[in-house]
Design a protein. Structure first.
Length: 237
C-alpha cells in the first residue's frame, strides 16, 4: 500500500539550497529514479558536513535508512541499486569520484561536481590535501520541529498554541524549547504555561549548564523548582 505524504511541518524548518542549474541542466539529463534519489540525498547530506571540502563515502549513503528504504521501493536489492545509481551519477558528471587510502582502508569519495568539488579532487591528486586531515562529521537525522514535539508529547496543536510556539521560536534557542518540553514530559506536567515559565526563568536567570553544550541539570529537581516555588500558582492556573 502506498503511503500518503501528510504535508510539510509547521514552523521553522531547515531549507536546502539547490543549484539553479539542477533544474536547467541536471533534471533533463537524469532518467533514472534511483540516481535522482541519490543526487538529492547528496544535497541534503553534504549540508551537514564540515571542512574545506565536503564529500560523502559510500557508507554515508548505505547507512541512511530513508535513502535505502526509498531505493528498496524500486528494487529489493537496494545495495546493488545504490552502486548502480552512484556509477550513473559519476558517468554523467554530476558526481565526482576518487579512490583514496584512508585510515579505515581504501575508500571511494564522492563530491558534487562544483568548483570546490573539482578543486578537492585536484588537491588530493597533487598531494596537497588528504581527507584524513579533517575529522569526519556524522550525518544526523533531521530534527523534528517544536510543533511536532509539542503535538506528540504535550497536547493538541491549537491555533493559540501554534502562535505561542511561533513566538517561542523567535525568543529562545531550539535546544532550550526541546529541553523544557522534556522536563514537562518527565514531570508529567503537560501544559504550555509550565514550559513557558521554564523558558522565561532560564532567560532571566540563566541556565546552570549554559557554558556547556550538553544539558546537565537534574531535570526532576528542575520540575520541583517550577511546581513548588514562586511559579506554583501560575502553573496550576
Amino acid at each position: 500500500m502506498t503511503h500518503k505524504f501528510n504535508g510539510f511541518s509547521n514552523g521553522k524548518v531547515h531549507s536546502i539550497p539547490i543549484h539553479a542549474q539542477f533544474f536547467s541542466d541536471v533534471l533533463p539529463l537524469v532518467d533514472d529514479l534511483a540516481e535522482m534519489k541519490v543526487i538529492l540525498f547528496c544535497y541534503w547530506a553534504l549540508q551537514q558536513k564540515q571542512g574545506n571540502y565536503r564529500y560523502l563515502c559510500r557508507n554515508d549513503f548505505a547507512n541512511s535508512d530513508s535513502l535505502m528504504q526509498g531505493l528498496a521501493t524500486i528494487d529489493s536489492n537496494s545495495d546493488t541499486l545504490l552502486d548502480s545509481a552512484l556509477a550513473r551519477a559519476v558517468e554523467q558528471g554530476i558526481l565526482l569520484l576518487i579512490d583514496i587510502e584512508l585510515d579505515t582502508g581504501q575508500e571511494k569519495l564522492y563530491f558534487v561536481n562544483t568548483d570546490r568539488g573539482r578543486t578537492a579532487i585536484e588537491q588530493i591528486k597533487a598531494g596537497n590535501w588528504h581527507p584524513s586531515d579533517e575529522a569526519p562529521i556524522e550525518i544526523l537525522p533531521e530534527r523534528p520541529t517544536i510543533y511536532k514535539l509539542y503535538e506528540e508529547n504535550i497536547g493538541p496543536l491549537t491555533s493559540g498554541i501554534a502562535e505561542r510556539l511561533k513566538m517561542a521560536e523567535n525568543d529562545y534557542q531550539y535546544e532550550w524549547i526541546v529541553d523544557a518540553i522534556n522536563i514537562a514530559i518527565e514531570n508529567n506536567v503537560r501544559r504550555w504555561k509550565y514550559i513557558s515559565v521554564i523558558l522565561e526563568q532560564w532567560q532571566q536567570e540563566g541556565r546552570s549548564d549554559e557554558a556547556n553544550t550538553a544539558f546537565k541539570r537534574n531535570r526532576s529537581q528542575d520540575g520541583r523548582d517550577y511546581t513548588t516555588g514562586e511559579y506554583a500558582d501560575f502553573i496550576e492556573s
